[in-house]
Structure formats: C-alpha cells, structure tokens
Design a protein around this ligand. Structure first.
Ligand code: ADP
Ligand code: MG
Length: 469
C-alpha cells in the first residue's frame, strides 16, 4: 500500500523536478508505512531530511494531500549511528509547512458587504493557523549570557501572556541571533500550555501585504477584526514597517485594541527602539517602549559551542570535539552562520562520502570566509559610484549641495542600504556624516527617480552590475 502511494507521488515529483535532483534526493528514499494519514519515509541521512524540508516541502505537501487527503502528514525516519553499531531510527515529523498548533476557531463579526439596515451583522467562525514552526521551541533554544534576559522574559511571558509587565515584549538584535526563534518559542509554549489561546505569528512584510490587499478589496474591517481577536500576536521584523505610514497607523489601532484588553504583543526588530526613530511613527514607537525591550547579543565561545553540539545532536551527526571547537572558534558573529557551516559540512561529507574531519571543517570555513569577505564595503561602493559619475570621493563626502554631487551621494547611500547590512545610521555616518533620516530620504529619492527617469534607471542598473559582479 505505501509502495503504491509513494510510487504515485514519485511520478508527480519526477515531472516537477530536474532529473538530477530527482535522482539525488528522491530515488534513495524508501517508503516505510502509511498509517491513517501519515506517510513515513526513510531517508538515508539527516541531510536529506533537512534538504527536502527546506526545498521541497511545499511540493511534497501538495502531492501527499492529493494521495491521502487534506490532513495528510509526513514523517521521516532517519537511521542514526549506522556505522557505529548503535543503529536506531529516529522519526521526525515533517513540518508539512507548520503542521502543529491549531488555534481554536474564533468568532468574527461579519459586516455585510452592502450595508442594509435590516441585516444584522452575524458572526463567522474563523480558523486561524498559528503559523508557528515547531522547530523554534524553547527546548531547541540554547541559553547563554547573550540571551539570558530575553529568554527569561520570554519564558515569563509564555507563562502568563498579557499578564506581565513585558507587554509588548520587544526583542531586538542583529540578524541571525535568534529573534525569530525566541519569539516563536514563546508562541509555541503558550500553545502547549494553554491550547485555547489564539496565537499568531506573522512578519511585518506579510502583515503589510495583507493590509494592502485588504485596502484594495475594501475589506479593512475584516482585516481589523481578524487581528483584534488574537490573544498572542507576534510581529517579526517591525523595522520593515519603514515608511509604510498607513500600515503603521492600522497596526497602531490593533496594538491599542489588543493591549487594552490584556492581550500579549511580541515584536522583533533588527534595531533597538531608539534607532527606529524616524522610521516608525512616533506614537507607535512610544508604545513599543511600554513593556520590555531586550537585546539578543552575539554568543560567546561557550554558547557557540553548546549551540553547535545541540544542533549536531538534533541532526544526528557525530562530530569530534576538535571539529566542533574549531567551528565555534572561527565562526563568531552569528548563529545562522554557525548552523550554515554545520549543514555545509554535512552536505559535503554526505555527497563525497567523506568523514567530517578537522581538515574538511578547515577547508569549508576557509571557503565561507572568502565568500563572506566579498560582502561589499561602504568604501567600495563610494569608490565605484564616484568613479562612475567622474567625481572625487572627497567631494561626495563633502557638504556641497551641487546637484550632481548630491545625487552621487544619494546613489551611494541607496546602494549601501540595498547591498549591505549596515544600519541607516551607520551609512549616514560613513557617507558624509549625515543622519539616518538623510539616508532614508536618499533611498526614497533614488527609488522615485528610478520610476520616473529611464536614463537614470539604466545608469543604476549598470552601477549595480559593477558593484555586484
Ligand atoms: P534572527 O531572527 O535574529 O535573524 P533566527 O531566529 O532566524 O535569527 O536565528 C537564526 C538561526 O539560528 C535559526 O536557525 C535559529 O534556530 C538559530 N539560533 C539562534 N539562536 C539560537 C540559540 N540560542 N540556540 C539555538 N539555536 C539558535
Ligand atoms: Mg528573523
């Protein structure tokens, strides 16, 4: 039965993928069983599981649902320790694109689309999926000096959502340090302990898109009702609300509504509230500071080592201490990168059938460092832009208001924002001691000009080519 089902799936997969991919990733998979609506597949190594979950989960989900119905689920069985004699199979549920944590249906008032005084607005039941990724749990979040305060505030909030002084809980820090993970961990814990609570995770970009759609469809009231019935609202990356005035004022309304009713808000941002000055509406910004803002910092060596060990254990890889220590010593800035190295090592070891030795770790990291060194520096952008417009770098940095110089400066700022991870503030400082508002203005000006001036747009395309080649 499971063979039959899997063969049907394979046929569709084969039609949808390049044959190399199909051969490399799907041929080695063995169907193990079908129980009710759960299909279990045996994959050769944890790497397969990761790779499939990352790249093909949407496709698989669709296909399996077709075979097994709308509630179909996927599980992976992974042989662990085959070579060490301690053979066992770990079974990992597939994420199936956020399978877990169903919220109870909530009652939402329906506004009749044509206002008719004889129709009393009714109530509609809404199922709101929580959009949480079960991997981002507290048990997968390694504690360290760098996240102690944020983590314990998160734990407190998840015990008593809306009932602590940490409302909103504002988590900030550079990219890759665990903001999304921790914010979701709170949501997951709430769902585990108080399943009746309606939890919703959404990033600011998605919120903005939903809002824009609702406006186009004249559906703002439903949008508001939807958000106003959430008990724990997690908005990720609020810095993305930058220069979206209407979205911000709607979010302001939702924020007030929820906060007044003792609902919990959790926000994350890559900048602390002070640096959102000028990016986020003043009224909204002052609300952000009502609760607790706390930073996720760069993990120290010991924490990096613990994170690596935890991750390797989860993936079922055995790594020697010298490999782990080498990676922890050399990848210092960012947890995402740390995990990236581990996956890279695993991939190479699996594909080339090599053991993960210290040498392999060294060469992987060397490549990675070379690769990241290529990240553009502001200096390089300045130099390239100045060259392109035949202007001295020093004049670009000066206070001149000559039109072509101002424009070159704006273009440099624009590319610095687009192509590096530098903050607006720091771009301003590096490009002529300007403040972040000037940089923001420059980015908008360049955007506007690209829309209206074809020649300028072509020049920008050319410049981008030079900068990124
Ligand atoms: P951010 O949202 O700050 O950019 P993420 O939350 O996406 O960062 O974290 C990047 C990766 O690092 C994720 O895979 C996450 O699970 C992992 N990670 C971050 N911090 C920790 C931690 N303390 N323990 C375990 N994994 C972590
Ligand atoms: Mg994030």
């Amino acid at each position: 039965m499971h063979h039959q089902i899997w063969n049907n799936c394979l046929r569709v997969i084969k039609d949808n993928l390049k044959s190399e991919t199909y051969k490399a990733f799907f041929e080695p998979i063995k169907p193990v069983s079908v129980k009710q609506n759960v299909l279990t597949l045996e994959v050769p190594t944890p790497f397969f599981y990761e790779y499939i979950e990352e790249h093909y989960v949407d496709l698989l989900k669709k296909i399996i649902r077709k075979e097994l119905g709308p509630d179909a689920k996927l599980e992976y069985s992974i042989p662990v320790g085959k070579n060490t004699g301690q053979y066992r199979n770990t079974v990992i549920p597939g994420s199936n694109g956020m399978r877990n944590f169903v919220n109870p249906p909530v009652q939402v008032p329906v506004e009749p689309s044509i206002r008719n005084p004889f129709i009393v607005p009714g109530l509609k039941k809404l199922d709101i999926p929580s959009q949480l990724n079960f991997e981002y749990s507290f048990s997968n979040f390694v504690e360290g000096e760098c996240n102690r305060l944020a983590r314990s505030a998160g734990l407190a909030v998840s015990d008593k959502p809306g009932g602590t002084a940490f409302n909103p809980l504002f988590l900030y820090g550079e990219s890759g340090l665990g903001k999304t993970h921790l914010a979701q961990a709170i949501g997951i814990k709430v769902k585990e302990e108080i399943p009746d609570k309606t939890v919703l995770y959404v990033n600011a970009t998605k919120f903005t898109t939903q809002f824009t759609d609702a406006r186009l469809k004249n559906d703002i009231n439903n949008f508001l009702h939807f958000y106003q019935c959430i008990d724990v609202l997690i908005i990720d990356d609020v810095q993305e609300f930058i220069s979206k005035q209407k979205t911000q004022s709607t979010f302001f309304e939702i924020f007030n509504h929820l906060h007044q009713r003792g609902k919990q808000l959790i926000l994350t941002s890559d900048k602390p509230p002070v640096e959102l000055q000028g990016i986020i509406d003043q009224r909204l910004l002052s609300r952000f500071k009502w609760g607790l803002s706390t930073e996720l910092q760069i993990p120290g060596y010991q924490t990096r080592l613990s994170i690596l060990k935890h991750r390797a254990y989860r993936d079922g890889i055995e790594l020697s201490d010298d490999v782990l220590e080498y990676v922890a010593k050399n990848i210092v800035n960012n947890v995402r990168e740390l995990e990236g190295v581990l996956v890279g090592l695993l991939a190479q070891a699996t594909l080339n059938k090599k053991a993960i030795t210290l040498e392999l770790a060294q060469s992987t990291i060397e490549k990675l460092i070379k690769h990241t060194k290529r990240e553009l520096s502001i200096d390089y952008i300045l130099q390239t832009v100045a060259d392109y417009f035949h202007i001295d770098e020093s004049s670009v940095l000066s206070n001149t208001r000559k039109r072509e110089i101002v424009q070159a400066r704006q273009v440099a700022m624009y590319f610095a924002k687009q192509l590096t991870k530098t903050s607006l503030k720091s771009i301003g400082v590096q490009l002529g001691k300007k403040d972040h508002a000037t940089v923001l203005h420059a980015c908008r000006t360049v955007n506007d000009l690209m829309e209206t001036d074809r020649r300028f747009k072509l020049q920008m395309g050319e410049l981008e080519g030079k900068l990124t080649s």
